[in-house]
Design a protein around this ligand. Structure first.
Ligand code: HEM
Length: 418
């Protein structure tokens, strides 16, 4: 169920409520904020022609919809595929679908609560806070490895390895596996692109199969030799006398590995770009712990790494004058909500000293990002170490975003520091 798609066409939309932007048009995905400005100026609750469903760009609506129990990530617990007109799973994406079957992100209560409670303990602030010294060491090792050069692609050399190694080690996989995990993850994430091709599906499915084969070996080994890691915890913990199945452990591990680095990598790239383009003095942005935290929140708000998540309407309803049928999809535009001028003063200005920064980049409600405390620590450490070691950091080339609208992150961030 990679992408949630509108099943029954919606046909009776008046022209004045429609808006159009092609998700794969470089002009759009390089700067979606121009489109968002128009929406905020006209009607932030609109029908997006290319997606064929209703979308919400206003902060108030996005924030409320994320918490609204009348909407869900899944709908198959309420109606069958046949009743919904949902196509059957494709045989050639079987491995990929298996990895998603018990993904927290796709489950609803009570299955969601059971699984989430089990892993939650590992991600609470006081637990992940203990990782801070390890993240400081990692950030410095990365900087050591490229400091002697004239310029570097910061995404590859710094942003990508840190969160990948941290989440791999937390789960209990060796740091040397991080590049391989990144490779599998990138190939699987391509399934969330707008207009996925057969080639992408086949490649994502192969990556999913390789990922599962690898994990099956590690799980077998860990059953014989338990350790102090999250994988062992997932294999041995009991909830109401019940243990997780191998399939549940595998889905959760893959979700944690994929979700655990992708958005953090993009926030690092987008945030460094925002800081360098702002002309602000980095020393002032990381002068104290409080200011460092505020700067990271502003990076998350100003150029969010995840721009749209979707939900199904679980029943027929009227939502703010829009009539929705059971099974209709709504798009919640996190990146646009964070730039809503009705919520943020000078919404289009990068201002790490603002006091109205609370944003929706980590979502809200039952699916609120479980990794938010960890991501915040990773980002605070990575940014402060980077600007402390390389205070003259500057852009060496114009940054370019990837061609995946939902995952708004840079393909490359070439920087120099002399
Ligand atoms: C800057 C970094 C990150 C951002 C912006 C981010 C954002 C999000 C968002 C918006 C959601 C909710 C999606 C929805 O409601 O449909 C989410 C869920 C999730 N995130 Fe993150 N995330 C980040 C880092 C992480 C990290 C480091 C981890 C793991 C270690 C992680 C693991 C998860 C998981 C497991 C879920 C699903 C939770 C559930 O469904 O209960 N994320 N994230």
């Amino acid at each position: 169920m990679a992408a949630i798609i509108q099943l029954q066409p919606i046909t009776d939309v008046p022209d004045h409520r429609r808006a159009s932007a092609a998700p794969r048009d470089p002009v759009f995905y390089q700067n979606p904020y121009a489109f968002y400005d128009v929406l905020h100026g006209q009607d932030p609750s609109f029908f997006w022609d290319e997606y064929g469903h209703w979308c919400f760009a206003g902060f108030k609506q996005v924030s409320a919809l994320l918490r609204d129990k009348r909407f869900g990530r899944d709908i198959l617990h309420i109606k069958s595929r046949e009743e919904l007109g949902m196509p059957q799973p494709k045989p050639h994406t079987q491995a990929f679908d298996t990895t998603e079957q018990y993904s927290l992100l796709n489950l609803e209560q009570p299955a969601h609560t059971r699984l989430r409670n089990l892993v939650n303990r590992a991600f609470v602030s006081r637990h992940v806070e203990q990782l801070r010294p390890r993240i400081v060491r990692l950030a410095n090792e990365m900087i050591d490895s490229f400091e002697g050069e004239d310029s570097v692609d910061l995404i590859k050399a710094f942003a990508a390895p840190i969160p990948a190694i941290v989440i791999a080690e937390m789960i209990g996989l060796p740091a040397e596996m991080a590049p391989q995990l990144l490779g599998w993850s990138n190939r699987m994430v391509a399934m969330y692109m707008f207009g996925v091709t057969l080639e992408t599906e086949l490649d994502a499915d192969q990556a999913a199969q390789e990922f599962m084969d690898y994990l099956a070996t590690v799980i077998a080994e860990r059953r014989k030799n338990p350790r102090e890691d999250l994988l062992t915890h997932m294999l041995t913990a009991e909830i109401n006398g019940e243990k997780l199945t191998d399939a549940e452990v595998m889905s959760t591990t893959i979700l944690l590995l994929n979700a655990g680095h992708e958005a953090t990598v993009h926030t690092t790239g987008n945030g460094v770009k925002s800081i360098l383009e702002s002309g602000l003095d980095p020393a002032s942005l990381f002068a104290t712990e409080e200011q460092t935290a505020a700067t990271i929140e502003e990076c998350l708000r100003f150029d969010a790494p995840l721009h749209m998540f979707t939900r199904y309407a679980l029943s027929d309803m009227d939502y703010e004058g829009i009539s929705l049928r059971q099974g209709d999809v709504v798009g919640l535009m996190l990146g646009a909500a964070n730039r809503d001028p009705a919520r943020f003063a000078q919404a289009n200005t990068f201002d790490p000293f603002r006091t109205d920064g609370a944003n929706v980049s980590f979502g809200a409600g039952i699916h609120f990002c479980i990794g938010a405390p960890l991501a915040r620590i990773e980002l605070q450490v990575a940014f402060s170490e980077l600007f402390k070691r390389l205070p003259r950091l500057k852009l060496a080339d114009a940054p370019r975003y990837n061609n995946v609208y939902h995952f708004h992150g840079l393909e490359q961030l070439q920087v120099s520091w002399r």
